[in-house]
Ligand binder design. Structure first.
Ligand SMILES: Nc1ncnc2c1ncn2[C@@H]1O[C@H](COP(=O)(O)OP(=O)(O)O)[C@@H](O)[C@H]1O
Ligand SMILES: [Mg+2]
Length: 253
């Protein structure tokens, strides 16, 4: 048996971060965002607001034009190969490796971390079981033979199997039908709560934001317009928050 090691969750800080495009347009303006270790934050806002750019700053795919991006107090620059292994990313389209089996997809990060194969298999079995995709049945299959919901489950398993210290999610369920989405949200929240992880979850779906985030950050045109615990968020009288909540209501019939 292998001892189960649990990573410590990361803290995250964006200090007065701005991002300017090569053509001189401001994409993010003076963003100040602090996430304590183990907290989960939903980042909401309309399309083009700058949500994905914030996630890209955190895995080092975009560099700030000014300001600093820190994970665990250390700036995200230089060689990030090793640091990225402790960051899990779940995207709208899971971008599975098409020529790798489900098992080999899920085993990607543990192999980079040099886990013994036996430990990988055990962790994959447990993770895939929880996600309703038993290893014996789904492990040998290839991504193209899976439905969208099944592929997304594998994307979640791949991102979470090595217990990342930071989990970045970019509208991971928005392409799924509402029933599958609901189901996956619940499983995802359960998995998140079992691992000690810090989470930043981008969504434009209010119900989803309230389900996964203890805190809601609303961003508009590259600026944070409000940053509140979810209970305070739904009661906020900020006009953009009201607009966002109104737009999410079911029509009266
Ligand atoms: N590399 C880039 N060059 C120029 N503009 C960009 C680049 N990346 C993003 N943008 C622009 O920045 C804005 C924010 O993009 P993004 O962070 O993807 O928004 P969101 O995820 O909230 O929809 C958009 O207007 C987008 O067109
Ligand atoms: Mg986006």
């Amino acid at each position: 048996m292998c001892a189960v090691t649990v990573n410590a969750a990361s803290s995250v800080s964006l200090e007065d971060v701005s991002v300017v495009s090569p053509r001189g347009e401001t994409i993010l303006n003076a963003i100040a965002l602090r996430i304590e270790a183990g907290d989960s934050v939903a980042l909401a806002g309309r399309s083009g607001a700058g949500k994905t750019t914030i996630l890209r700053l955190l895995n080092g795919l975009t560099a700030p034009s000014t300001g600093r991006v820190l994970i665990d107090g250390v700036e995200m620059n230089g060689d990030l190969t090793e640091r990225r292994r402790h960051i899990g990313t779940i995207l709208q389209a899971p971008a599975l490796f098409p020529h790798r089996s489900v098992y080999d997809n899920v085993a990607t990060v543990p192999r980079l971390l040099d886990w013994p194969e036996e430990r990988i298999r055990e962790a994959a079995r447990e993770m895939l079981d929880r996600l309703g995709m038993p290893l014996d049945r789904f492990g040998p299959r290839f991504p193209r033979s899976l439905s969208g919901g099944e592929q997304q489950r594998i994307g979640i398993a791949r991102a979470m199997i090595a217990q990342p210290a930071l989990l970045l999610c970019d509208e991971p369920f928005s392409a799924l039908d509402p029933l599958v989405r609901r189901d996956l949200q619940d499983e995802f929240v359960g998995l998140r709560d079992r691992g000690h992880v810090t989470m930043l979850f981008v969504t434009h779906d209010l119900a989803e934001a309230l389900r996964v985030g203890r805190r809601i950050v609303l961003i508009d045109r590259g600026e944070i317009v409000c940053d509140l615990p979810r209970e305070a968020f739904v009661r906020s009288d900020h006009p953009l928050v009201r607009q966002f909540i109104e737009a999410s209501r079911l029509p009266e019939i």
